[in-house]
Design a protein around this ligand. Structure first.
Ligand SMILES: C[S@@+](CC[C@H](N)C(=O)[O-])C[C@H]1O[C@@H](n2cnc3c(N)ncnc32)[C@H](O)[C@@H]1O
Length: 258
């Protein structure tokens, strides 16, 4: 065999092996569906268990505008910040379970969690959507409009601490549901302000409480991780709330105001 033929044989064999690996990876159960849903890498699109959850709980029932907004979000460079599908479904489920009428979304980004919650509010419901920049929520607004809930979403562009303080002046103890997913460094403050805004029995959902496992890793000591660790300890001991910490998505803690 000539050197040239050996080279062709080696290239051919390598290409076949590569194609085999790609086909195997992409054909694994769950992969394709999650990819089509627009789920980013951080949402573990190659996790077959999540694929099963999406196929049997999320995808067949998801509002089309929510699914379309996620696909649009995938094109955004910061899409790792977005709430994954099983969690948006869970948020909508919880808000409807308690019959929420007044809700707050702290940290909107492109508006997936805001849309999921607004979709289950009654027609005279309100969702205060807090973000520090208009840039990201403007991506979601057309989808809120198409879903027919834009008139229920009151978008407040400001530091969310200021927005919540402003709300406390006239609307203390009137909110049924609050989702916290903004800057981690202010989590403790958001919890205290939310306590003042929630009605008795109202539900708060705090996102990222496991912070990709960094809360467990003693060698990780950045400001966000420390803040989340501290808020987890604070809530463990906070008798103003009932709590339940769950390993959903990046970890959520559910709090009800006693
Ligand atoms: C993790 S993302 C929210 C994801 C969103 N809940 C979703 O469903 O995809 C965090 C958002 O918080 C916003 N944010 C960061 N610091 C903030 C602050 N101090 N006040 C209000 N919003 C803030 C960011 O601009 C970003 O849009």
């Amino acid at each position: 065999m000539s050197d040239r033929n050996i080279l062709y044989l080696a290239i051919g064999t390598g290409a076949c092996l590569l194609a085999g690996v790609v086909i195997y990876k992409f054909m694994k159960p769950g992969f394709i569906n999650m990819n089509m849903l627009g789920v980013s890498k951080v949402h573990k699109r190659n996790n077959p268990i999540l694929g099963y959850i999406y196929e049997n709980s999320v995808t067949p029932r998801e509002d089309e505008n929510l699914a379309n907004l996620r696909v649009a979000t995938l094109a955004h460079p910061l899409n790792r910040m977005s709430t994954p599908p099983e969690q948006t479904q869970f948020l909508g489920f919880l808000a409807s379970l308690i019959g929420a009428k007044k809700a707050i979304d702290i940290g909107v980004y492109t508006g997936l969690s805001a849309l999921a919650v607004a979709l289950v509010l009654p027609v005279d419901g309100t969702l205060i959507a807090c973000d520090i920049t208009e840039e990201f929520p403007l991506i979601g607004k057309p989808y809120w409009e198409k879903a027919g809930v834009n008139n229920m979403i009151d978008l407040r562009i400001n530091n969310a601490v200021d927005t919540l303080q402003e709300l406390i002046k006239d609307d203390a103890e009137t909110f049924d549901f609050i989702f916290l997913d903004a800057d981690k460094r202010n989590y403790s403050q958001y919890v205290d302000l939310s306590y003042q805004l929630l009605r008795k029995g109202g539900l708060m959902v705090i996102d990222n409480v496991l912070w990709s496992g960094k809360v467990l890793d003693a060698s990780t000591a950045d400001e966000d991780t420390i803040s989340i660790r501290n808020v987890n300890i604070k809530l463990r001991d906070d008798t103003r709330f009932n709590i339940s910490m769950l390993p959903i998505a990046d970890g959520v803690t559910l709090l009800t105001k006693l």
